[in-house]
Design a protein. Structure first.
Length: 277
């Protein structure tokens, strides 16, 4: 059984997928298996995967069900102790898995390891800014504002997913934000402060470009976590404050756009958590 399972979910990204696959196959650490989960592509993805049939395993979903469904299918199909994710528009650097496995051996108490990354937007390298600054340890509260760990940087033990759950298939985006909060509420995480992944953004196929108002999904996640996940008192108070703040921002946006139903829902949610605070 390979020590690490690498999972690439993809949908209609054949050209970008080819580069992502190559970046995995070029890893200096070799004790891994690669699963590519095709989420119902109708481009040339299947032809590409046939060219690599001896180097990877594939799953083909019947229709486009979303990145969470695809990642979860890969998780269930594999049985490796460690799981690493790579989005099909990102690239790993050759030492990525090797350096993370070294850290995992040195820092055994941590069950999730992630790295720094290089950001490319519209072909140009950009500075992600202070709000995206990486932290390690108990990072639940810093992670409430936005996702601080890109999936393509994360390597985690399967047992974490057994205890904290898989990606939420009801979330079309922010599914990583949701899972990382469920994990960091219970476990500290380890940062390998080296840029070992290149993240590409700004292109047409990027999920975040297809869904406006990303905080809608963060609020959905926070509401669920506050009702389902045992939180430390300080973490609960911080989560309630963040949910209220995001609801207030969303209400203004919905009001300006004339979206009465969405505005009323978030107003009621804000009132619910104001009464609890």
């Amino acid at each position: 059984m390979p020590h690490v399972c690498v999972i690439i979910p993809t949908w209609n990204r054949a050209e970008r997928l080819s580069r992502a696959i190559e970046s995995v196959l070029e890893q200096t650490y070799r004790d891994f298996e690669l699963w590519v989960v095709d989420d119902g592509s109708d481009d040339s993805t299947q032809e590409l995967l046939k060219k690599h049939k001896d180097q990877l395993k594939t799953l083909m979903l019947a229709s486009n069900r979303g990145v969470s469904k695809a990642r979860n299918a890969g998780i269930r199909a594999s049985d490796s102790e460690w799981i690493a994710f790579l989005d099909s528009d990102d690239l790993w650097h050759p030492e990525k898995l090797s350096r993370q496995m070294e850290q995992a051996r040195e820092r055994r108490k941590f069950k999730l390891h992630f790295t720094d990354e290089i950001w490319i937007r519209n072909g140009l390298r950009v500075n992600p800014g202070h709000r995206h600054r990486k932290r390690e340890g108990w990072i639940f509260q810093p992670s409430l504002e936005l996702c601080l760990m890109a999936p393509s940087t994360v390597m985690l033990k399967r047992e974490l997913l057994d205890s904290c759950g898989l990606f939420d298939e009801d979330l079309p985006v922010c599914e990583d934000y949701d899972l990382w909060l469920r994990i960091t509420a219970r476990h500290p995480v380890a940062l390998l402060n080296e840029p070992l992944m290149t993240r590409h953004g700004g292109h047409e196929g990027q999920l975040s470009r297809r869904h406006w108002g990303m905080d809608r999904f963060r609020v959905q996640s926070l509401h669920k976590i506050l009702n389902e996940v045992p939180l430390k008192p300080g973490d609960r108070r911080a989560a309630v404050r963040m949910l209220r703040r995001k609801c207030g921002i969303l209400m203004e946006g919905f009001r300006k756009r004339g979206k009465t139903g969405e505005c009323d829902y978030h107003t009621a949610l804000l009132q619910e958590y104001s009464a609890k605070s």
